[in-house]
Design a protein around this ligand. Structure first.
Ligand SMILES: [Zn+2]
Length: 95
């Protein structure tokens, strides 16, 4: 059977059914190996103020949050882009 993508849009391989994660954008349940995972550092203080405080020598803590996005939300947010037929087969890391 011809495939649109080399990995059929997932990173499942030969393993069977995996667990589902909820999309952070729309709440849809997507397979964990299909969803796009993004980790971001989130600061409580806003960036302009944080920069000023850091210059004064203050320590500002931040937490790391993990987001999972379904494919349509990932495209909407520009995490992944629609690529040409041959380009699709190349594996690229998510920024
Ligand atoms: Zn979504």
């Amino acid at each position: 059977m011809p495939h649109k993508r080399k990995n059929r849009g997932r990173s499942k391989g030969q393993k069977g059914r995996g667990d589902l994660v909820q999309c952070s954008g729309c709440g849809e349940l997507v397979p964990r190996d299909k969803a796009k995972k993004v980790t971001r550092r989130i600061s409580v203080v806003d960036p302009a103020l944080a920069k000023e405080l850091r210059q004064k020598g203050a320590y500002i803590s931040s937490r790391i949050e993990t987001f999972y996005y379904c494919i349509s939300c990932a495209i909407f947010r520009g995490l992944v882009k629609i690529r040409a037929r041959e380009e699709r087969k190349i594996k690229t890391p998510l920024r």
